[in-house]
Design a protein around this ligand. Structure first.
Ligand code: E4P
Length: 218
């Protein structure tokens, strides 16, 4: 399973990239706004900066809600960098926009997916990847990971090319569950990536080896 970073914070992306484990980045208007993008700089400039750090796909979201607006924005965004995935929401207008943009050869990250039906429609329309939002479903008392698992099973059954990206990841256990469910990608906040690197027994093991070696060589 590939790991993408779910952030628009350049420092987090630089640090993640140094580990050599980050295959792409996902952004959205909320993550961009959190970094002051929109007031202190443009979304385009920020994305172009991210593309100098990460060569994999970078997801950039449209903000229009009508077909024409999404298509216009999507075509423009697709020209910003070499490896863009245009994020289009799982709405009626979104599916129409996906089908238009996909026919142009633009790669689509179908976002805000909360049901297997939305995932199936997106795959038919031409989404490159569909993003079920695990944490937001868990937040309202549903089983977000069950959605990931259902979409993976359906796509496998019909040998669809559309990939599944587990999104709205809240903790490291989500990543393990997404991998076991067969998700192709998990997009994770930087804090979760850091948690994934850690285990207390690794830390105590490193200390013990260092102590034992120091005693043996004193
Ligand atoms: C995915 O592409 C989204 O940007 C993201 O995972 C949303 O997560 P949230 O529910 O934590 O906002």
């Amino acid at each position: 399973m590939e790991i993408f970073l779910d952030t628009a914070n350049l420092e987090e992306i630089r640090r993640g990239a140094r580990l050599g484990v980050v295959n792409g980045v996902t952004t959205n208007p909320s993550l961009a706004a959190k970094e002051g993008i929109g007031t202190s700089g443009s979304y385009k400039e920020a994305v172009q900066e991210i593309a100098t750090i990460i060569s994999g796909p970078i997801s950039i979201e449209v903000v229009s809600q009508d077909v024409e607006g999404m298509v216009t924005e999507g075509r423009e965004i697709a020209g910003w960098i070499d490896n863009p995935w245009v994020k289009i929401p799982s709405t009626e207008a979104g599916f129409e926009a996906i089908s238009v943009l996909a026919k142009d050869g633009i790669r689509i990250n179908q976002t805000l997916c909360f049901s297997p039906n939305q995932a199936m429609l997106g795959a038919q329309a031409g989404s490159t990847v569909v993003s079920p939002f695990v944490g937001r479903l868990d937040d309202i008392g549903h089983d977000g990971m069950e959605l990931v698992s259902d979409i993976v099973s359906i796509f496998r059954y019909y040998a669809l090319e559309t990939k599944v990206m587990a999104a709205s990841i809240r903790h490291p256990q989500h990543c393990i569950m997404a991998a076991k469910a067969g998700a192709h990608i998990s997009t994770v906040p930087y804090g979760v990536l850091m948690q994934m690197t850690k285990h207390p027994l690794t830390d105590s093991g490193v200390s013990r080896f260092a102590d034992d070696w120091r005693k043996a060589t004193q």
